[in-house]
Ligand binder design. Structure first.
Ligand code: RM4
Ligand code: MN
Length: 386
């Protein structure tokens, strides 16, 4: 088959990182629900992440969030991951949950609070040194709620100063990815609200700074695939936080709300060489009402399906139609790929690797969910914000 080798090579290259926080309890501003079997520490979160890899073969790394995943010995945690067949991926900094950060972290008007926030970011690079992680993910909740509350330009200066210090601390094999988000928790002016702001800071910093696109962090209707195409073209796409949204930063399963959008994004990834390395495909999701490990497995499968369809686009035929100005022909080539049922292809792809064709069914049959529910009693469950 003409296309299967292209698709298989692309799928092999696609590695999807799962977030440690997806395995803990989570919820909304209104309620965090507790569930049986939820991990009580980072070691158990990694054990759960390893199950996602075991059944999908496509999720070999797990991202940490510091301090949610604080441990005494990060080398030991990395060894634990290795023993479970996975590795520690991106280190996510967290400068949004201390009382001190009410008016911001690295952009706070108080220099002492800025120093504290920067200290945390530098500590995160120390964690990377111990775990072997190559990616530091920076997301700042910084911003203001009211016009006039603080000086918008001064806050950019403070941000740049902190980013410079973090950048200078990175080792040769380490890089930072800067995440943007339109709003929340700041409601008037967010300090890194959009890809343009993140891009400008990263451009100034240098080659080890790139932009991370969290698919839930845009205004409704924004053309995310355009952003992806642009950043890839500039060599500034560092990675994705994949999830889906209906309204704001909903953090629902990737590909659940709008599989067509995920396909369009993955097409730009494929066309722009984003599967050839340098782009981290991370999930940033929470599972508030659905079981967590299967929620991650389903998300990985959704990303794989979108990628397979993107890889199926007949790019020769598409280019010919585009050159000829054949609007409907070009769109037809695109839609033919999207409308292909790639599930049999993915099932075969998994079987070739010695995996079960249906990871959801295989996980359910494994009994792991029942086992952790029975074993993990006592102790304090990990949860969002803990
Ligand atoms: C933010 C952002 C970050 C994530 C936190 C929990 O909205 O998406 O990536 O680490 O949430
Ligand atoms: Mn994110």
């Amino acid at each position: 088959m003409r296309w299967s080798t292209v698709v298989t090579a692309g799928l092999r290259a696609l590695r999807i990182e799962t977030p440690s926080w997806a395995y803990g309890n989570s919820g909304t501003r209104f309620k965090v629900f507790t569930r049986e079997g939820v991990p009580r520490d980072p070691y158990e979160k990694i054990a759960d992440a390893a199950q996602v890899h075991r059944f999908t073969g496509a999720a070999p790394t797990v991202a940490l969030h510091i301090p949610w995943d604080r441990v005494d010995d990060y080398r030991d945690l990395a060894a634990h991951a290795d023993a479970h067949g996975v590795a520690i991926g991106a280190i996510n900094s967290n400068v949004f949950q201390d009382d001190d950060y009410m008016l911001g972290s690295v952009t706070n008007p108080d220099p002492a609070i800025r120093r504290k926030a920067l200290g945390h970011l530098l500590d995160c690079v120390g964690v990377m040194d111990a775990t072997g992680s190559e990616v530091l993910k920076l997301w700042f909740s910084d911003g203001t709620n009211y016009p006039g509350q603080d000086d918008i330009r001064a806050r950019q200066d403070r941000l740049a100063e902190a980013l410079d210090a973090v950048y200078a601390r990175l080792g040769g094999h380490q890089r930072l990815v800067l995440e943007y988000k339109l709003f929340e928790p700041a409601f008037y002016a967010t300090d890194v609200p959009d890809w343009g702001t993140a891009y400008a800071h990263c451009l100034r910093l240098g080659p080890k700074a790139t932009v991370v696109v969290d698919t839930g962090h845009h205004a409704p209707g924004v053309n995310i695939e355009f952003i992806v195409a642009f950043l890839l073209r500039e060599g500034k796409l560092g990675g994705f936080d994949l999830n889906s949204r209906f309204y704001a930063d909903d953090d629902l399963m990737a590909g659940a709300a709008d599989p067509f959008q995920l396909f369009r994004i993955m097409y730009e990834v494929v066309a722009g060489g984003g599967l050839d390395g340098g782009v981290a495909f991370m999930l940033d999701q929470c599972h508030n009402i659905e079981p967590k490990i299967p929620g991650q497995i389903r998300s990985v499968m959704n990303v794989q399906e979108a990628a397979a369809k993107a890889l199926l686009v007949d790019r020769g035929a598409l280019a010919r139609a585009q050159r000829a100005g054949d609007v409907l022909g070009a769109n037809g080539v695109f839609m033919d790929a999207y409308n292909t049922d790639v599930r049999p292809l993915l099932a075969a792809f998994r079987e070739e690797q010695g995996l079960a064709p249906d990871p959801m069914a295989a996980y359910a049959a494994s009994g792991y969910g029942e086992r952790i529910a029975a074993d993990r009693v006592g102790g304090r469950q990990a949860g969002w914000g803990a």
